[in-house]
Design a protein around this ligand. Structure first.
Ligand code: 13P
Length: 250
């Protein structure tokens, strides 16, 4: 089954509205109509309306970096799926390691977010990945598959089909220390194998698994050449439109 590659930019806590609009305008000029790849930008919440406006009529998708699992309520500082849809989002990143590390986001919270997201038209981008300590202790399989199992608990095969998975080894994020294509492929293929056993071969063959962690224009092609790597979730190298466009045109 052919899987359309996804190149998603996670802009983290960078860029004002004006900067987001500027980068999107440049990016549109560089990659618009490049239909081979699904391109997604994920600016901060405050820039989402401006980004949606700048993306009007564009094939580039818009994603949020987080979402809450409740419909509405007394949850100061949180944003609901309905609010994301209201400003024109199509994707939402959940379970990013920075949320897990700095904001104590647990697998249970990630699972609730996923349960909520799959009831909406939003496409979840579910992040998983081990720390350096866990890798050194040879716990990659247990950690990554454990995160997946707990996040996906209770979901039907049809719902899981709608998810994009992003494998982001924590030790490779923002460190310049990319996983080698072989190391990344090993985990991607393990994830796909687990999906096949747990759900179906069909699902495992159709679901997109992105790699994230120091993806740059210089290493994207060799990562994308791996059979089980279907795209990239990119931080630093996605902030600049030229570099982002190079990633899209790997
Ligand atoms: P970097 O590309 O800056 O390493 O960040 C990766 C990431 O966390 C994307 O979500």
């Amino acid at each position: 089954m052919s899987r359309k590659p996804v190149i998603a930019g996670n802009w983290k806590m960078y860029k004002t509205q004006a900067e987001v609009i500027g980068t999107i305008e440049e990016l549109r000029a560089l990659v618009e109509g490049y239909a081979e790849v699904e391109v997604v930008v994920c600016p901060t919440f405050t820039s989402l309306p401006a980004a949606a406006n700048a993306l009007r009529g564009s094939s580039i998708g818009l994603g949020a970096q987080n979402v809450h699992w409740e419909e509405e309520g007394a949850f100061t500082g949180e944003i609901s799926t309905e609010m994301l849809l209201d400003v024109g989002c199509q994707y939402a990143i959940i379970g990013h390691s920075e949320r897990r590390q700095h904001f104590s986001e647990s697998d249970e919270m990630v699972s609730r977010k996923l349960q909520k997201l799959i009831q909406t038209p939003l496409t979840p981008i579910l992040c998983v990945g081990e720390t350096l300590e866990e890798r050194e202790a040879e716990r990659v399989e247990e950690v990554v598959l454990g995160q997946l199992e707990r996040a996906l608990a209770g979901l039907t095969v049809e719902s899981v089909f709608r998810i994009i998975i992003a494998y982001e080894p924590v030790w490779a994020i923002g460190t310049g220390r990319t996983a080698t294509p072989e190391v990344a492929e090993e985990v991607h293929s393990m994830i796909r194998g687990w999906l096949s056993e747990t759900y179906s071969e069909d699902l495992a063959g159709g679901i997109r698994i992105l790699y994230g962690g120091s993806v740059k224009p210089g290493n994207v092609a060799e990562l994308m050449a791996q059979p089980d790597i279907d795209g990239a979730l990119v931080g630093g190298a996605s902030l600049d439109s030229q570099s982002f466009a190079q990633l899209v045109k790997y």
